[in-house]
Design a protein around this ligand. Sequence first.
Ligand SMILES: [Zn+2]
Length: 101
Amino acid sequence: MASHTSDQITLISAAVAGALITQQVWVADASLFTTATVALFAATNVAWTINALRRNRTKTTVSCPQLGCRAQAVFSGEVKADEQVRLITAAVDHSRHGGAQ
Ligand SMILES: [Zn+2]
């Protein structure tokens, strides 16, 4: 996932920010439970960041070819093949989305 430099920077930033916040809570004499809760939230944020980066790297956008129509289908590589076909078909057939602006 983190093969792109921007992804690596984003991931490292999330991890460092989480560690710093957790450390600041700990040195502020917060209870162990409070510090552990903050650490858990920080770890969750890193996991969320990894997932968001992965989804973004596999994102596909298909636009309607009708001039002036801004209808699009946007999906990640996690979407099953038959669902991708349904989304693409709906996006490229202007009559199927009723001239959405
Ligand atoms: Zn359209």
